[in-house]
Design a protein. Structure first.
Length: 417
């Protein structure tokens, strides 16, 4: 059997905020039926506010007396009816209530009806504390001015004026003080819920950003592992098939098998991390082959790769990993896109200011295609360690990849490529 849920409960559930239900059956009922509660309050105020209505004084002219006899009940009914708007337009019933109190003064009836209490309470809860105090002050000041005018005209006595002003002051203060207390708590809870929603949105955004960053990191690692290893394996396999020397073919096949096993081990390590549900998933990269190992593998495949390194400075694991992947991607691109190259030079310059990685080959063709995923991944790696990268033609037929990574505090803090 399906159960009917309130609109507020559904909205809170949709927002992901698991807030407790309001305590008390009656409180939840009034919360779900606010209009019904406002109708009851209006009827209650109407009954209590019509009680002090009396006939005009005998000394008043007949037209004036007749007009007051009609206007006073109408003003009370209008003010009580305006209480139905107290949640959306709290100023309307407040003005109507004090207007009815002004007619009470003209009639000489005692003031301070429940209309003023409810209207002052509503202004404090649904508008603001400042509006409640300002409205109460203006309303009482207006009644004071009206009482003074009526006293000067002799329409009312001093006792009538004092009763009306004190009555409205008491009921207005009671409604305002209670409304300030309730309204302050209501606004505070609304601010807490709004802040919770903001934190929930920020949490989801942070989770999405972290997931996107991890996917990009895994994509870079997968590309570096698969691209480099398959390029070397293809080159060794083609060399083994092209040579008639059995010993050289056997060496090439052995080197291809070793490269494949190394790539398979790296793939298993990465997939093991991704498949492990209970263990913590580290954001650290897979161990990359050193620049020297990358050059040695390319040389075993028969490519003219040379390696030179100057300086002995060492850097953080993140920087060293980025250097290794830059060399790996540079050599892989040279093998794949420059098969006619007669020299592939890899140079590392380490110093206290940072490290410079340069991969240059002389086999660039007449046309150069757009940069692929590997170069974009290198740009992301270098950006993570606050470095810069440049690649393109150099001196006509030469292609140069150059990355500069600083050794400052910013670079030392970056551990993830």
């Amino acid at each position: 059997m399906s159960k009917t849920r309130s609109r507020s409960a559904v909205s809170l559930e949709d927002d992901g905020l698991r807030l407790p239900r309001p305590p008390g059956v009656f409180q939840r009922f009034w919360g779900r039926h606010p209009l019904f509660g406002d109708v009851l309050i209006s009827l209650f105020c109407l009954l209590l506010s019509l009680a002090p209505v009396r006939s005009p004084a005998d000394d008043l002219p007949e037209p004036t007396a007749l007009l007051l006899a009609v206007l006073v009940p109408i003003s009370v009914v209008a003010a009580c009816g305006a209480l139905l708007l107290r949640r959306r337009h709290p100023l309307v019933p407040f003005i109507a209530a004090f207007a009815a109190e002004a007619f009470f003064l003209l009639l000489g009836a005692p003031g301070g009806t429940p209309m003023v209490t409810v209207a002052a309470y509503s202004l404090a809860v649904y508008a603001s504390n400042r509006a409640a105090w300002v409205g109460l002050g203006i309303g009482l000041a207006s009644l004071t001015v009206l009482s003074g005018v009526l006293l000067l005209l002799g329409a009312i006595t001093l006792q009538m004026a004092a009763n009306g002003l004190l009555g409205n002051l008491v009921v207005g203060l009671i409604g305002t003080l209670i409304g300030i207390n309730v309204g302050g708590r209501k606004r505070y809870l609304a601010a807490l819920i709004d802040r919770s929603r903001q934190l929930l949105v920020e949490r989801d955004q942070q989770a999405k950003l972290a997931a996107a960053a991890e996917r990009a990191r895994i994509a870079r690692e997968m590309h570096d592992i698969v691209s480099h290893s398959l390029t070397v394996i293809v080159a060794l396999s083609e060399g083994a098939a092209a040579t008639s020397d059995a010993a050289r073919a056997r060496d090439a096949s052995t080197a291809a098998a070793a490269t494949a096993r190394s790539a398979l081990g790296e793939m298993r390590s990465m997939l093991g991390v991704l498949r492990e549900d209970e263990a913590a998933l580290p954001l650290s990269p897979m161990t990359a082959p050193t620049p020297h190992d990358t050059v040695m593998t390319a040389q075993q495949a028969g490519f003219p790769v040379t390696f030179s390194s100057t300086g002995g400075a060492t850097f953080t694991a993140g920087v060293e990993h980025a250097v290794a992947r830059i060399v790996q991607e540079g050599v892989t691109n040279a093998i794949r896109h420059a098969p006619a190259a007669t020299a592939i030079d890899v140079r590392l310059e380490r110093s206290a200011n940072g490290v410079v990685v340069e991969v240059v080959n002389d086999g660039v063709g007449a046309t150069v295609g757009p940069s692929g995923f590997g170069l974009r991944g290198l740009a992301e790696r270098v950006a993570h360690v606050n470095g810069s990268i440049a690649y393109g033609r150099a001196d006509g037929s030469r292609w140069r990849l150059r990355a500069t990574i600083p050794a400052g505090d910013l670079a030392l803090e970056q551990e993830n490529p």
